[in-house]
Design a protein around this ligand. Structure first.
Ligand SMILES: [Zn+2]
Length: 70
């Protein structure tokens, strides 16, 4: 099973799209809860980490530019 690795500033693809129709979100705060910002309407939401990991499909672009094998 694929392990989800994500970090601050990453652009992630969510399983469920935002009401505005965009499912790409930027991680703007990391912690016990994660704050993500919709790249479409710039609305931000705070969600528990476990829920985020469940709803996140994959990392589209890593902010740190790390090399990933996928
Ligand atoms: Zn939105």
């Amino acid at each position: 099973m694929e392990r989800k690795v994500f970090g601050l500033g990453d652009i992630v693809l969510m399983k469920k799209p935002h009401p505005c129709g965009t499912n790409e979100m930027e991680i703007i705060r990391m912690g016990m809860d994660i704050r993500i910002k919709c790249t479409g309407c710039h609305h931000s939401v705070l969600i528990p980490r476990a829920k985020f990991e469940k709803n996140m499909k994959k990392v589209l672009r890593s902010a740190e530019g790390e090399t990933t094998n996928n």
